[in-house]
Ligand binder design. Structure first.
Ligand SMILES: [Zn+2]
Length: 172
């Protein structure tokens, strides 16, 4: 496969790739690792907390998450959310594909996730804090789901004009 990773950019709503269900990565090879590195670079350029492959135009089941407080960044390949808590928490979220928009989103407060790393090592992690939210947000991207699908009717109304402008800017 030839893929010039330097050409990858963050794609914005309403790009149809953001609505595509991503496909499992068959082999974790150098191309996948190069894409993961490029995604980390793009995420850090805009101080993002996470970035999913569809957000750089690829229908791959992979996302990257920024390390917190000096921790290393993580790459999640073919992730599965294997458990979620029954209790939900509402928190404000933004999205690199929806610049300038924030919305209150309700999600399970505790999440367990499994995945493979860029070195094809298994990961199994549980979190009840910031990362639980980031994993769920990024996992949504692999399913073609955006925060605008999860926001309250009030947020939907408040952001209606901005979303319309983004669609108009894209020529829709
Ligand atoms: Zn996002």
């Amino acid at each position: 496969m030839t893929l010039d990773v330097s050409k990858l950019r963050i794609v914005l709503y309403p790009d149809p790739i953001l609505r595509t269900k991503a496909k499992p990565i068959q082999a974790i090879d150098d191309t996948v690792r190069a894409v993961a590195d490029r995604m980390l670079q793009l995420m850090h350029e805009v101080n993002g907390a996470g970035l999913a492959a569809p957000q750089v135009g690829l229908d791959w089941r992979m996302f990257v998450v920024a390390g917190q407080d000096g921790d290393e960044d993580s790459v999640f390949i073919n992730p599965e959310v294997t458990a979620t808590s029954r209790d939900l928490l509402t928190h404000e979220e933004g999205c690199l594909s929806l610049p300038g928009l924030t919305a209150e989103v309700r999600r399970p407060s505790v999440v367990r996730i499994t995945a493979r790393t860029q070195d094809d090592e298994p990961i199994e992690l549980t979190d009840d804090d910031f990362h639980a939210r980031v994993w769920q947000h990024e996992y949504d991207h692999l399913e073609g789901v955006l925060i605008i699908d999860r926001m309250s009717p009030m947020d939907r109304l408040a952001n209606r004009k901005m979303l319309k402008e983004m669609r108009a800017a894209a020529g829709e």
